[in-house]
Design a protein around this ligand. Structure first.
Ligand code: BTN
Length: 242
């Protein structure tokens, strides 16, 4: 059943897009919808969630809060989200080569070294929800105090707020194009964009050099004499990486 707050529907790049005034979490809607290639976009979320149990602040009109529902396993879908969002932002803002956007492991997008977008991939009963939260318009003071040093919006970095529907359509086009590619090619594009192999990174109490990014997205790190595998989480890059 579709949410009552729905106010627009359209097709874009082979996805059925539902625009909503409000949702608890668009990821929940995507997990529950039971349909392939559905997209939910909410003006605001009341219970937006981030990775590792974090709250995702989703104020009305401040960002693009969306989820893509796919009836397939989650492999590679988060990689595609990060790459597609980067390309959609660059296209919407007509950014040239050498722009300030960079991927950060696992699936964050940075603008001028701060987090402008996060991706949450969830899988349940054959359905995968690819949730994308892209900060468009917030001023620094709009973020909760604990995020003000690390989070940013496109408006702050580039001085202009792209239209939400322009970014959405560009993103879905870029997402669709990569969905039909071989998974290994997508993985290789994502791995190269991370630019993390050989860097010294810290994750919690662990500091080490990244030796490889494994096919499932985990990092293989050298910590002293140990080789440690690190699943998705937040790493602080310590060697002037970005
Ligand atoms: C992260 O912690 O970096 C991931 C944030 C993902 C946020 C998006 S906003 C749309 C979708 N719905 C949610 O509840 N979360 C994701």
């Amino acid at each position: 059943m579709l949410p009552e707050t729905r106010y627009k529907e359209e097709e874009s790049a082979g996805f059925q897009v539902h625009w909503l005034r409000e949702a608890a979490s668009t990821n929940s809607l995507a997990l529950e919808c039971g349909e392939d290639a559905c997209v939910f976009v909410a003006d605001m979320q009341t219970r937006g969630r981030g990775r590792r149990g974090a709250v995702w602040h989703s104020a009305p009109g401040a960002g693009l809060w969306m989820s893509i529902a796919l009836r397939r396993p989650p492999q590679d879908l988060g990689f595609i989200a990060a790459l597609a969002t980067r390309d959609a932002v660059a296209q919407s803002l007509r950014l040239g080569a050498g722009h300030a956007l960079a991927l950060k492991w696992p699936n964050d997008l940075l603008a001028a070294d701060r987090k402008v977008c996060g991706v949450l991939v969830e899988h349940r009963a054959g359905m995968t929800a690819v949730g994308i939260g892209l900060n468009l318009a917030q001023k620094t003071a709009d973020f909760p105090e604990e995020l003000r040093e690390t989070a940013v919006s496109l408006a702050t970095v580039f001085g202009v707020t792209p239209a939400r529907d322009t970014v959405l359509h560009a993103l879905l086009g870029a997402y669709r194009a990569r969905l039909s590619l071989d998974g290994a090619a997508v993985f290789e594009e994502w791995r190269a964009a991370l630019n993390i192999v050989g860097r010294t990174v810290a994750r919690g109490a662990l500091t080490g050099v990244v030796e490889a990014v494994e096919r499932d997205g985990a990092l293989r790190m050298r910590v002293g004499k140990e080789c440690v595998r690190v699943d998705a989480g937040t790493v602080e890059i310590q060697e002037g990486c970005r």
